[in-house]
Write a protein that binds this ligand. Structure first.
Ligand SMILES: [Zn+2]
Length: 553
């Protein structure tokens, strides 16, 4: 999703943190338990580790007047170990009326967001089964989407229903029965039948496969997702949308792929301008670096949403202002589209590695600046990103985290700056090859990944391991610090000594002497070199390295 940027949100967040900190001491264990139940991810429940989701088939009907949802959700799964009962998450406001296993009615319990379905006999490893829940209710309403999740029942300026949903924090189980964990995507895709009052345009992920007008004043559209999809990427949008079409010609220029922005009527003109200027261009620029747009066989569409944005696979939610930033692009459209590679094509199996979505997504904005405006503007863009780095907690805070636990501002800003510094360390050829390989190599593409996978790709291409780089930048909060000392040397010269605060940290530093920049290698975390006495020496004048000078005392 997009980073929080307004100070009011920040102030509210800070207030909530203070309140939460007070309560946390007393309720720590209970809070931890509830977080694990309510948020997406965290430790995987043993009964959920014992099956692999192959496919989801959903039928969802929405009633905007009553803010009600009724649904049928089927999970088609393969047992990976013996299983005595089946567990799947569904939020409590939704009540299950009926459960079936392979079509036969089954007993079930539904407590604290977890549905446990009894099995007529235990499943053996390797068996394939379908579990279906019929359910209905008033799903959680999003208070502050996309940062707090739920259904969004909004209205367009002219008063028409304008609906959507966000689930990145809470998980998809707030509107359909899901294994609420990032480590399992439906390998055979997902089908969704979406029923809405006729007159609204209903949209969802993947390819549209049909449309039926029902006798009761509703219309059902059906959708087929042809790729694995993460739970929070599953979405719908509904409004009296206007379709704005453009053509994407593909990286080789030979294709003719219609790409569509679905705008509310009031914003059609602004959307048309944005889409004509940037829709296909973003795919071209990012595709040249990260490989072809990943979901060409489905689509690339954007739906205007009544909230800021979210990277829903093949149907990106856009709720920004149709304004370019001073680097000449619509950052929200670019950021969410970049997640088609970072988040959707490759997906973190543990929210602990959330930065693989957000750091890479944010850095994609910088890549766009680099490739459209040149490296000076890129450095200016990164200098601004650098100002948002907080270093309060490590970028990667452990393992088995929920999305709420893993979410910090630094997974965006610091994640992006770490990639920027990696570019400095590796040089352009190796660095961009690493990004490309991570997004396209069959070990990772359309699969689940971890930070260690990216470290491995970098080591393969660089021809050496640099554990100190990852350790310092991702697994520790504090930035590396350098010290510079000057001492007189013979012949009217001076010796400059540069020392990192850790001898294992061997990152080279750019140093300008008399305005001329050179690369100073730092084996053993230190370097010495001579300059003319009194020469002006500036460490990293262009801001390549995420580090700071040690404080003098
Ligand atoms: Zn994002």
């Amino acid at each position: 999703m997009s980073p929080r940027r307004s100070w009011r949100r920040w102030a509210l967040g800070a207030l909530l943190v203070l309140v939460a900190a007070g309560v946390a001491g007393f309720f720590f264990f209970r809070a931890r338990y509830l977080a694990a139940m309510g948020d997406s991810g965290g430790p995987l429940r043993p009964r959920q580790a014992a099956y692999d989701v192959r496919r989801y088939e959903l039928a969802i009907a929405l009633d905007p007047e009553r803010k009600r949802l009724s649904g049928r959700g089927t999970a088609i799964v393969v047992a990976t170990s013996p299983l005595d009962a089946f567990e799947i998450q569904l939020d409590d406001p939704l009540r299950v009326a009926r459960a079936t296993v392979d079509g036969a009615p089954a007993a079930f319990e539904h407590d604290d967001g977890l549905v446990t379905v009894a099995l007529a006999r235990a499943w053996a490893a390797g068996e394939r089964h379908a579990v279906t829940l019929d359910y209905a209710g008033r799903p959680k309403i999003a208070r502050r989407p996309p940062w707090s999740d739920g259904l969004v029942w909004a209205e367009t300026p002219s008063g028409a229903p304008w609906l959507g949903v966000t689930t990145q924090g809470d998980g998809a189980d707030l509107w359909w029965p899901a294994k609420d964990h990032p480590s399992d995507e439906p390998d055979e895709g997902l089908a969704l039948a979406l029923t809405l009052p006729s007159g609204l345009v209903g949209l969802s992920n993947g390819r549209k496969t049909g449309e039926t007008v029902n006798a009761d004043g509703t219309t059902t559209t059906t959708w087929e997702v042809g790729y694995p999809i993460n739970n929070y990427g599953v979405t719908f949008n509904a409004a009296p949308y206007v379709a704005i079409e453009s053509i994407y010609r593909g990286l080789d220029g030979t294709r003719e792929v219609p790409i569509v922005f679905w705008a509310i009527p009031e914003h059609a003109d602004a959307a048309r301008k944005l889409w004509r200027e940037q829709g296909a261009k973003i795919l071209e620029v990012l595709g040249r670096r990260f490989g072809e747009y990943p979901f060409l066989a489905d689509k690339y569409h954007v739906a205007e949403a009544p909230y800021l944005g979210m990277e829903h696979q093949t149907l990106v939610a856009y709720g920004s202002k149709f304004e370019n930033n001073e680097f000449g692009f619509d950052w929200l459209l670019l950021h969410e589209t970049a997640h088609e590679w970072w988040g959707n094509k490759i997906t973190a199996r543990d929210w602990a590695d959330f930065w693989l979505h957000e750091g890479f997504g944010s850095y994609s904005e910088a890549v766009y600046v680099n490739d459209t405006l040149g490296v000076d503007k890129y450095l200016e863009f990164m200098a601004r990103t650098r100002k948002r780095v907080r270093n309060a907690r490590p970028v990667v805070q452990g393992r088995d985290l929920t999305s709420g636990e893993a979410y910090t501002g630094d997974i965006y800003a610091k994640g992006s700056c770490v990639l920027h510094t990696l570019r400095w360390m590796l040089g352009d050829d190796t660095f961009f090859a690493a990004l490309h390989r991570f997004a396209t190599d069959e070990r990772f593409a359309y699969k689940l990944v971890e930070t260690a996978d990216f470290e491995r790709v970098v080591a393969e291409l660089a021809g050496r391991e640099t554990p100190w780089f990852w350790q310092r930048y991702l697994y520790r909060a504090e930035l590396p610090r350098w010290t510079l000392a000057r001492a007189p040397a013979a012949g009217g010269r001076e010796t400059i000594t540069l020392v990192w605060d850790d001898p294992a940290f061997e990152l080279a530093l750019p140093v300008a002497v008399g305005g001329e920049e050179r690369r100073i290698e730092m084996p053993g975390g230190r370097a010495s070199f001579e300059v003319d006495a009194g020469a002006e020496v500036a460490v990293d004048p262009r801001g390549w390295v995420l580090a700071e000078p040690a404080e003098e005392d």
